[in-house]
Design a binder for this molecule. Structure first.
Ligand code: NDP
Length: 331
């Protein structure tokens, strides 16, 4: 039974020096517990924060202990009436091929809603983040201009589509021409910008002739520096992520506040957990739009438990299109 442990805290980009794959005993479920086999592991940018011991909204990973995150798993042995062998569940579990869990921390997946992997993507945490971050903070209105950074990732690709559904002129920023083609051709994004090869300020001027009303920011840093001067009066910034700074010790900024003042703009950070009481509303919106064919999604799935660390590192290189997952075992 293999597990993935944090063995050293990174100060810049995470590498194999910081993570170890170790052999452990396969655990026995106690009375009231289940033994599960991991099928899919989600890797997410926020895990970088948990590798550090700085105070945050989730506790740091412990050194020489397994890392953990969102997974899809199959119940293989049950010591409770709440779940039966063969049930497919999702929850936050340690990165161990086989692990035990309290059934109250798991949710049984309804396979009629879509492939089980969607519970880690469009119908899971990233989809809900997109929905609440855009609808609650962005407050999109018909005809407004919405700019999304990190547009081709798990959260961003849902945000751009919800923006189109809500009638916005949508501008997506991402890091490769393949991603731009996906945004334009598959997701119907109006204008796309490659932040690695384009002149971002000049392209924003072309792509946003009426200025910017909503900025859904996954990235921070220089892309945000280019967006702020183009904000319209009463613009809203949904500060979802800042991945460009996660591997930068002592990152500085923001430094463009005068533009917020000029535009009387609102900037609000959030974590999806703030909306826990409204998850069913978000889930209903996303599953309905998915069923109507108005929402689609992409998943990048690599195979093999031993490849979880590389899949995680790849988030900082942009190797994923849509939601990055690792397939660990067959049901
Ligand atoms: P993604 O699927 O978007 O993967 C990360 C992407 O970030 C990469 O594909 C890459 O795309 C881009 N990226 C990496 N490094 C940089 C950089 N230096 N500059 C610009 N872009 C970069 O991940 P998620 O959709 O899961 O998360 C997106 C953001 O949302 C993250 O910042 C994350 O922390 C945040 N988040 C926040 C939540 C909340 O509750 N507030 C919940 C979930 C996510 P590219 O090729 O375009 O560079």
């Amino acid at each position: 039974n293999r597990e993935i442990q944090l063995v050293e805290r990174p100060t810049a980009a995470p590498t194999h020096e910081h993570i170890k794959i170790a052999e452990t005993e396969k655990p026995e479920p106690k009375q009231g517990e289940v033994l599960v086999k991991l099928l899919y592991v989600s890797v997410d940018p926020y895990m970088r924060g948990r590798m550090s011991d700085a105070k945050s909204y989730v506790a740091p990973f412990q050194l020489n202990e397994p890392m953990e995150g969102g997974v899809v798993a199959e119940v293989v042995e049950s010591q409770t009436d709440a779940l039966a062998a063969g049930d497919i569940v999702t929850g936050m579990l340690p990165w161990q091929e086989f692990t035990t869990a309290d059934p109250n921390t798991l949710r049984k997946i309804d396979p009629s809603l879509g492939p089980v992997t969607t519970s880690l993507g469009i119908l899971g945490m990233p989809g809900l983040t997109a929905y609440f971050g855009l609808m609650d903070i962005g407050q999109p209105k018909q005809g407004e201009t919405l700019v999304v950074s990190g547009a081709a990732g798990a959260v961003g690709s849902a945000v751009v589509q919800i923006g189109k559904i809500e009638g916005c002129h949508v501008v997506g920023i991402a890091g490769s021409d393949e991603k731009l083609a996906y945004l334009k051709d598959e997701l119907g994004v109006d204008e796309v910008i490659n932040y690695k090869t384009d002149d971002v300020p000049a392209r924003l001027d072309e792509a946003c002739p009426n200025g910017i009303d909503i900025y859904f920011d996954n990235v921070g840093g220089e892309i945000s520096d280019a967006v702020y001067p183009r904000l319209n009066k009463f613009a809203r910034i949904s500060q979802c992520g800042a991945i460009s700074t996660y591997n930068t010790p002592n990152a500085q900024g923001p430094r463009m506040q005068s533009h917020l003042i000029k535009a009387s703009a609102l900037i609000k950070g959030f974590t999806v957990g703030d909306y826990q009481d409204r998850f069913s509303e978000g889930f209903q919106y996303l599953s309905q739009k998915l069923q109507e064919g108005r929402l689609t999604y992409e998943e990048t799935i690599v195979e093999g438990f031993e490849n979880v660390p590389d899949a995680f590192f790849g988030l900082f290189e942009g190797t994923n299109l849509g939601k990055q997952l690792v397939k660990v075992a067959e049901p």
